[in-house]
Every structure is written in C-alpha cells, then in structure tokens.
Design a protein around this ligand. Structure first.
Ligand code: GLP
Length: 261
C-alpha cells in the first residue's frame, strides 16, 4: 500500500486525477470505478479541469458506480445515479450509456446484484476504482463485518451511516434509505488499482485503522492492505492519526515522479 500525504485536498485530488489521466493516455477505453460522497469531489473537479484543457477525454471510457440506495427513483436528487450524473458525467464527455450503476429499484434485487457483477466482468473488470471511506470503515456501503470476500449484494445500513448521510437528505435520518446495493469487498478488490481519498481530521481515525490497523471485517477498508496496488491519498488532517506519517512523506519525496501513483 502506498500512502501519499498531500498539502490539501486540491493537490491530493489532482494527484488522483493525474493517475486517471495517465491511465486514459495508456488506455483510452479504460474502465473506471466511480464513488459518491464528498471526498471524491476534488478528483472530479481536477478531471473537469483536464477535460477543459483538452488533455483528458472519457469518450471511449466506461464507468461503474460502487453502490446505490434501494428504493430511490433514478432521478431522485440523492440517488447515487443522480449524484454521479451531476458531479461527473454531465461535466465530462462520457458517451450515453457508458456509465452503469446498480439498479436499486429492480423487482428482483438479488438478480440485479448478480447481473451487476457480471456486467463488470463482461467489461473486462475495473482498471481504477476510486474510493472514499466511511467513519466506521466502510468502503462502498460495506458496513463492519462485511465479508472481505463479499460480492455485490443487498446491505442494511448502520444507523451511524444513515446519520452521517442525513446531511444529504436535509438532515432527516428517516429520509435516508435503510437498504442499499453495494459492490462487495471482494468485487472492489478485483479492480486493478484502488485509489482511496480522504480529507480532514474527522477522517484521521478511519484512515489510521485502514492503513495501520489489523486486516479485519470489522473495518472493511483494511482489506486494502491485501491489494497488490492500493493507493491512499490524504491531506495533513486525515494523516494526523498515522504513526508512520513521516515515513510516508519520505517515501513519496524519494519516489521517481515518472512512476506516478
Ligand atoms: C457513503 C458512500 C461511500 C463514501 C462514504 C463517505 O456512505 N457510500 O462510498 O465513501 O459515504 O462519504 P464522504 O466522502 O462524504 O465522507
């Protein structure tokens, strides 16, 4: 695992954006994994800047969402489909139909989960998966004790996550769906490169447990430690709980820049 401590979320977002840009240079038809939440916003802003500068295009790329609420209409402003549409898709040149998400309104939700994993596999798998981290260590919506081998499936949110996410529903926890579909920890682990971003001291404890804690289903983000190419991009606040912060600064400073993330 590589940990990069950026000066702030803007420069961290730009590092992750550079990794996506490098991938698209090498493979214009790359498959990206997109995440919701506030953390990826600086990455998406960076991609939009590159797109306007003419150095990045999603015209041949495909993308898959990590997760979706169950029961929200696709055009509900807080469905992850809508959130990703506003934050990313509408600001870049994705082809219509090239961005897919789990179907949280399917009649047969379990079949929809299986279909989603099959569609990721049929696309050749995900080249780069962007991730945020929940305060309880969830990635996607894989809450504590999610199997580290789990596949895309139906999950029940903890009250803590529903409280955290109530800010997107006018502060009303009752408006936050109880059920979700999420890529499993095992599904996420099949992406060829995982890039987790986190900003601010409120994420410091979660980042420390993810990077330096034991690998445990109690903290699903710790599964990144098992991945052959996992990168954690954070700012000083999110790094403030790391015992090895100085080591991470030294290794990043010494890394040949041609190597990228
Ligand atoms: C949600 C999403 C996660 C995200 C997490 C943290 O629960 N399902 O993918 O990582 O929130 O969100 P934020 O980045 O806003 O802190």
């Amino acid at each position: 695992m590589e940990v990069v401590i950026a000066a702030d979320s803007t420069s961290g977002g730009s590092l992750a954006g550079q990794a996506i840009s490098d991938l698209l240079q090498a493979r214009p038809d790359a498959v990206l994994g997109l995440a919701t939440g506030s953390s990826p916003a600086p990455v998406y802003d960076d991609l939009v800047t590159r797109f306007h500068a003419g150095t990045l295009s999603m015209a041949r790329a495909r993308a898959f969402l990590l997760d979706e609420y169950v029961g929200l209409a696709p055009d509900h402003p807080q469905s992850y489909r809508s959130v990703i549409e506003r934050a990313v898709v509408s600001r870049l040149d994705f082809r219509p139909g090239s961005v897919s998400g789990p179907d949280g309104r399917a009649g047969d939700l379990l079949a929809a989960c299986a279909r989603y994993d099959a569609s990721i596999a049929a696309a050749g798998g995900i080249d780069l998966q962007l991730l945020g981290i929940g305060s309880d260590g969830h990635i996607g919506f894989n809450e504590p004790v999610s199997s580290l081998g789990s596949r895309t499936r139906l999950k029940t949110l903890t009250n803590r996550t529903r409280r955290d996410n109530a800010r997107f529903f006018d502060g009303d926890i009752d408006a936050v769906p109880v059920h979700v579909i999420t890529q499993g920890v095992g599904t996420i682990g099949e992406a060829r490169h995982l890039v987790l971003v986190a900003w601010g001291a409120e994420k410091a404890a979660a980042v420390a447990a993810c990077v330096e804690g034991p690998v445990t289903a109690m903290f699903p983000a710790s599964a990144l430690q098992l991945h052959p190419h996992a990168t954690v991009v954070i700012d000083e606040g999110a790094a403030s709980g790391l015992r090895l912060a100085d080591y991470f600064r030294e290794t990043w400073a010494a890394k040949p820049k041609w190597q990228g993330l």
